[in-house]
Design a protein around this ligand. Sequence first.
Ligand code: KG4
Ligand code: ZN
Length: 345
Amino acid sequence: MYVLGIESSCDETAVAVVRRGERDAVLAEAIKSQDEQHAPYGGIVPEIAARTHVEVIDRLCRQALEQSGIDIRELGLLAVTQGPGLVGSLLVGLSFAKGLSLAHRLPLVPVDHVAAHIEAPFITRPGIAYPLLALVVSGGHTSLFYQEAKFVGRLVAKTRDDAAGEVMDKIAKHFGLGYPGGPLLDSLYSKGVPGRFRFSSPRMSDGGDDFSFSGYKSAALRLARELDMSPGSTDFHDLLASFLNALVEYLVGKTIAVTRALPVRSLIVSGGVSRNALLRRRFGEACATLALPLYLPEPRYCTDNAAMIAWLGHEKYRAFPNLDYFDLSGNGYSRAPFRESKRHR
Ligand code: KG4
Ligand code: ZN
């Protein structure tokens, strides 16, 4: 079956055509990143994001279909991000997808964006074993999910303030480096000494597993006031490298602690920040020590993309064949990423 996926939850407009069945493959991907439009503001401007989606979505859809060599009449399914995300951005993708569904009588599967990030490594590694733990670490989310099966699971921990990618973006903005900050910190990492500055990791007063990142941001800004922060200085590079190193160690440490407390057979780390070279290396080392299989999406499926939406859309269509995927306001639009499973601890 050929599936067309649409993603527009934030600042990437993406359309993909995938083939599911005996010979799974991503056939075409068309993506328009809005980094340039948002860079002058150091962060996403929702109004600009929504308008840009409107301008490009039709062209990207035609482009993806053309690239795939598939005629729209050969499609069997549409999948679209239903949330979470910026409401104006989501509306563009959802409305466009509903239009296609009506015009071409195609079933339309609404897909949870965070669950799709967890699906991303399955695109290239189909046999990932359950139960699994998934860390979704991006600009909008830093959450740990425990999943017993594809659509059965629960949220174990989430950030109580900023997301990991968001603090990187804010620090980069503060130092005038540009947007998005994550890739910039990634490329500057090798220029600094990561052990030069220490950051204390936060403890939740209630002893919970949740994350918190705002303390890292305040500590970095405090240090910056005391140091020579002219771009290119040793202090500047050491601070950025130490900051990234501290965030990565915190993410690895907390995630590994949770894998020890649950009957986990696989670990997935996905979302935009999972593109980070240091994070990929450190998770690789930690999992090798524990002999725990680690699955990271291919770099292009870490950040927002439509292949993961099409992929999970097809899984959902197969798993829940009785939902009405033509009822565009009906039960196919349930918001929960998973059916809630029972607690293990
Ligand atoms: O998954 P994504 O595209 O969008 C959300 O769902 O939020 O993630 C975007 C985030 C941004 O905060 C960006 O700075 C971060 O992912 N990011 C990175 C890297 N590439 C993107 N962070 C660290 N290192 C990278 N190489
Ligand atoms: Zn995302």
